[in-house]
Write a protein that binds this ligand. Structure first.
Ligand SMILES: Nc1ncnc2c1ncn2[C@@H]1O[C@H](COP(=O)(O)OP(=O)(O)OP(=O)(O)O)[C@@H](O)[C@H]1O
Ligand SMILES: [Mg+2]
Length: 354
């Protein structure tokens, strides 16, 4: 197995296989595609499964690698191995290879549904707060049961109360972890956006909405919404309704910013999370940047690259033309390897040619 450089650039024509390389790394770290939940896009048409394996430096250390392996089948089969042993939960894989993707779909973080932003937030909380996962799993179990009871109409108040009590505890914990994480995230985001797009930095604001009335505890909010929940058959309030609003001068950034500016703000959000993971001693985030130059002018591409170069994160970048990356990456290209991708084959090219 070949050890990879800190910065790896994959260039080649359309359809040569560049995004597929990033997909393979994403599969290794997250056990799924970054192009949606369908496993089909990962598996070569006509094949029954796909497999990827690699070594990741254990978070916070260097040199002591842990082997990771993921196999996915068209029939839904999933096998995950960490350090040679099979693990049942994807969460046990994810903690070994914190990944952030920046690609054409990343705009969704601003323009898409709150679910995308909750996923973003929870990625960060998961990596810095080890107690989060257990509460999150408990919450999912409770809300499923509670909604089932509410849906079925004939509700035993005592049974509902049991689930409501557990839901209130785990939901409040999730809200608290998210709030604490958000407090750490905001200044990092502001700092990074200040470097990327100084003209926007002063007007940009992140707001965290926990999913229930700020003045009330989660238990109180559940109590207040009991009649509505019973009438409609599901739980209306809680961390499942949380959101992060990104605003520019008080207006939704998604409705105000240009495409390029949106990409820069998304880069700011993702780089801020990577910075936080490292600061919290949870290792380095690995960035998968698909088609870095798209939507960005030369100056802003340079600024994104400067930040990526300064973060000591491992970076995998794709582009059609290698000259496009050579032109925007900082002059010191030590630690960068370029790969030519052609008909699905990847070959390193001489650094001197960069
Ligand atoms: N599940 C699949 N089975 C077989 N071939 C596939 C599958 N999914 C994608 N391909 C093909 O693999 C090739 C590589 O696709 P990929 O998206 O990696 O290209 P790319 O180098 O990123 O191209 P672009 O520059 O256009 O983004 C394409 O020809 C694509 O049609
Ligand atoms: Mg591509």
């Amino acid at each position: 197995m070949q050890e990879l450089a800190r910065v790896n650039v994959f260039f080649g024509r359309n359809g040569s296989g560049k995004t597929s390389v990033l997909e393979a790394i994403h599969l290794l770290g997250m056990a799924r595609s970054f192009r949606g939940n369908s496993v089909k896009s990962l598996i070569t048409h006509g094949e029954a499964n796909c497999v990827v394996y690699g070594m990741a430096d254990a978070p916070g250390t260097s040199g002591a690698g842990v082997s990771l392996g993921v196999q996915r089948g068209v029939d839904g089969d999933i096998t995950i191995k960490v350090g040679g042993g099979a693990v049942k939960s994807v969460a046990h894989l994810v903690e070994h290879l914190p990944l952030q993707v920046i690609n054409a779909d990343s705009f969704e973080l601003l323009t898409g549904s709150p679910a995308a932003r909750r996923q973003y937030l929870d990625w960060g909380v998961f990596h810095v707060e080890h107690r989060f996962l257990e509460q999150w799993q408990r919450f999912q179990r409770c809300i499923k049961q509670r909604n089932k009871l509410l849906r079925h109409g004939k509700i035993q108040p005592q049974e509902l109360a049991v689930w409501t009590r557990d839901l209130a505890t785990s939901g409040a914990a999730i809200g608290e972890y998210r709030k604490e994480y958000f407090k750490l995230l905001v200044p990092r985001f502001k700092g990074i956006v200040g470097q990327l797009v100084p003209s926007l930095a002063a007007g940009l604001e992140l707001r965290y909405h926990q999913g229930w009335d700020r003045q009330a505890s989660y238990a109180e909010a559940l109590q207040n919404s009991l009649a509505t929940d019973t009438e409609h058959g599901y739980t209306h309030v809680g961390p499942q309704r949380a959101d992060i609003r990104v605003l520019l001068d008080g207006h939704l950034a998604a409705e105000t910013l240009s495409r390029g500016q949106q990409k820069l703000v998304v880069c700011g959000l993702k780089l801020a999370q990577g910075q936080l993971v490292t600061e919290q001693g949870k290792g380095c985030c690995t960035y998968l940047v698909d088609d870095l130059p798209s939507e960005l002018d030369l100056q802003h591409s340079r600024q994104v690259c400067e930040l990526l170069a300064s973060m000591e994160a491992q970076v995998f970048i794709t582009c059609v033309d290698r000259a496009a990356i050579a032109a925007v990456w900082p002059a010191d290209k030590a630690g960068m390897t370029m790969f030519h991708v052609e008909h699905g084959s990847v070959s390193p090219v001489s650094a001197a040619a960069v």
